[in-house]
Design a protein around this ligand. Structure first.
Ligand code: 7TS
Length: 420
């Protein structure tokens, strides 16, 4: 079923704003998504009608706040097919979710000489915590290489690295630069066969495609609310209960305990053991509303829509001279998400993005927090990137293509061609 994008766009108030008199064309959802009215209203409704702390008050608005917050966990659990809310820990974002695993499970289970396996296309969030951990523990960090085309993981490298029997494989489900979708189910199987646990960075997958953590057999799965129509400051760590049961809490304080004596304490039940202090109550509630919104559209429909747009963009870009597009080719769309990174000759992407902005088109430029990939593998100082979501349409892509022409004219690339 194709999405009714016109109807969806009406739900997003920000799409009505103008940038220097031109409509906003938002092509940076991989950085953060825009928010529908329902999500914005849920936050305002909480503050206007039942603002109270959770897990303590016995008065009505406190009970409602607790109920709505916990209800959102049920929605998130069902959205990714977790067993129960015990396996859903709320964090601030993907970054914090990964750090939680590095500071708790890995702290206990990784020792001197143990190996942690990541890939060359990770976001810094799934690199830096492991650099720190291996330093603390005297462990070893290995990388699965990309293939020669630099658009997907190299099969031989996967095999070679897995045979070194890492203790943990930490891998992205979808690259925020290349758009490449990893077959995480098969990676989980291989990791488990080699005695490893697997952590999946789902920052770019949960918002854009159906994800079933049990089918994948993920041990840990991390994602952010703000990339899936929810507010900032709320993220999720899914982990198997058998692991969470034995992991120590990351932070100590209120809410994460059952009882405290002078010199000891008993941690709270799951998942609250990992949620110290007053929670991001409105964030959790609004994330539940975002999940409802996505569920109503259907994640398969979201994925199909983005595939169609990516197809459209890749086809169009293939005939634009001086543009190089990164990632898998158009005949591999099943393995490619709605992210299109590109460069225009050697024009710096910051110049590209600034010229796009004069046309109201918002794209990301930079190293995309994936410096090992962009700088070391792709050998680029930076890249430009457009990324799609449910509110984007073909017209947005056309505007981006027109902005590319403006960049080329500004830098007189087209003229050079005529003279040559
Ligand atoms: N992992 C991946 C694959 C990501 O794309 C991002 C954010 C993160 C982790 C971190 O998410 P956070 O919510 O904890 O910040 N990616 C991007 C991006 O591509 N542009 O801005 C942020």
């Amino acid at each position: 079923m194709s999405l009714d994008v016109e109807k969806i766009r009406k739900d997003f108030p920000i799409l009505k704003i103008k940038i220097d008199g031109k409509p906003l064309i938002y092509l940076d959802s991989a950085a953060t998504s825009q928010k529908p009215k329902k999500v914005i209203n849920a936050i305002s409704k909480y503050y206007k009608t039942y603002n109270a702390n959770i897990h303590r008050g016995v008065y009505q608005i406190a009970e409602k706040a607790t109920f709505e917050y916990e209800k959102s966990k049920k929605k998130v659990a069902s959205f990714i097919n977790a067993d129960s809310i015990e396996e859903i820990v709320y964090t601030r974002n993907t970054t914090e979710s990964i750090n939680l695993v590095a500071r708790t499970w890995a702290e206990q289970n990784i020792g001197k000489g143990d190996r942690i396996l990541i890939t060359e296309m990770e976001h810094h969030s799934n690199i830096v915590p492991w650099i720190d951990l291996v330093k603390r523990k005297g462990a070893i960090l290995d990388y699965i290489k990309l293939n020669q085309n630099h658009d997907e993981l190299d099969g031989n490298s996967v095999k070679e690295q897995m045979e070194k029997r890492p203790k943990l494989v930490a891998i992205t489900h979808a690259s925020n630069v290349l758009g490449t979708i990893v077959d995480v189910k098969s990676m989980a199987k291989t990791a488990h066969e080699n005695g490893a646990r697997i952590l999946i960075d789902g920052a770019q997958s949960v918002p854009h495609m159906p994800v079933d953590v049990r089918e994948i057999d993920a041990d840990f799965y991390a994602f952010s609310g703000h990339k899936m129509l929810g507010p900032t400051g709320i993220g999720v760590l899914y982990a198997k209960k058998e692991l969470l049961d034995y992991m120590p809490p990351m932070f100590g304080g209120g809410d994460m305990i059952k009882t405290v004596e002078r010199f000891s304490y008993t941690p709270n039940d799951l998942p609250w053991k990992f949620e110290a202090g007053t929670a991001n109550i409105e964030g959790g509630i609004a994330l539940g509303v975002a999940v409802d919104y996505l569920k109503k559209i259907g994640m398969k429909n979201v994925r199909d829509h983005e595939k169609r747009l990516t197809n459209y963009a890749l086809e169009k870009l293939s005939s634009v001279k001086h543009v190089k597009v990164y990632g898998l080719p158009v005949n591999r769309l099943d393995e490619r998400g709605g992210v299109v990174a590109f460069s225009i000759d050697d024009i710096h992407p910051h110049d590209v993005a600034s010229i796009f902005d004069t046309e109201g088109v918002a794209i990301r430029a930079g190293h995309h927090c994936a410096m090992p990939l962009v700088v070391e593998v792709l050998k680029q100082p930076a890249l430009s990137r457009m990324s799609f979501y449910i509110y984007n349409n073909e017209e947005d892509v056309d505007k981006a293509i027109a902005a590319i022409e403006k960049v080329k004219n500004t830098f007189k690339i087209n003229k050079t061609e005529v003279l040559a």
